[in-house]
Design a protein around this ligand. Sequence first.
Ligand code: DHB
Length: 317
Amino acid sequence: MKNVDITTSINGLKLKSCIMNASGALCSTKDELYNLLYSSSGAIVTKSCTKNIRIGNSLPRYYEFDIGSINSMGLPNFGIDFYLNFSTNKEIKKNKPIFLSISGLSLKENFFLIKKANLYSNISALELNLSCPNIIGKEEDELIYNYESLYKFLEKTFKYNKKPLGIKLPPFFRKKDIKNISLILNKFPISFITCINSIPNGICVDSYKESTVIQPNNGLGGIGGTIIKPFALSNIWQFNTFLRKDISIIGCGGIISGKDIFDHILCGASAVQIGTQLIKEGVSVFNRLHKELISFLKKKNYLSIDNFKGKLKTIYN
Ligand code: DHB
């Protein structure tokens, strides 16, 4: 039998594997980034960065349960210069693309970060995080929920951005929101979207202690893991119907097996990101998922991702 090919392309940017880490999962420190560099992932996505170093919210701020996780990290990161400096390592160019995740605390900060990242040749793409739910006292309303500001922001962004740029989106629960956001994104030379970020403002309870499980924000935090997979799939599928065909979709949410990756691609994803399961299992998760995806595709007689990408069937009588 012929080899199964799980290479992919994100709007022309080639990846040797369609599987990568989600921003926030084991991608903050030097050690974590080097572990990702030498893992079998197809790309490195860095922890969302700000202009200055941030220590983030108080502990405990991350908690795992059987079918997911809750977090309110508060953007702990070493500041953009640290991640740009990592990108200058010679190994990166030979090894794999690096996606710099950017999450400025204001519009001005985002423009500053985008401009600065444009000066670094080893940064293959920018993933602009317009969906961080955990900043206490954030100065501006989230851009993604205000269509007019989003349009103006993108207009200005593309005046000085020359790199492939994608947007990390929050989950949407109304079809009309997905349609409206798509209409805006379609007007700009966006390379990809990543959907979905964690579902914001969940609460997990410790029934014995009769308490919340994380400290910040009275225990409210972003939910990830298996429990959010149906919402990830629905957002991917709907965006795939409304977005311009050259805008790639990176699926994120609830992947723990090769079959989960298959489902994301079937709904329209060109690549996938692993968050909660990477934190649970470590970077060996990439090898396992790689093998599971290939063996599932062999069973189905698919030789490449393009054979089934976006081909989810719906039931009609
Ligand atoms: C954080 C959480 C997010 O969901 C995100 O997109 C960015 C940052 C955080 O709390 O650090």
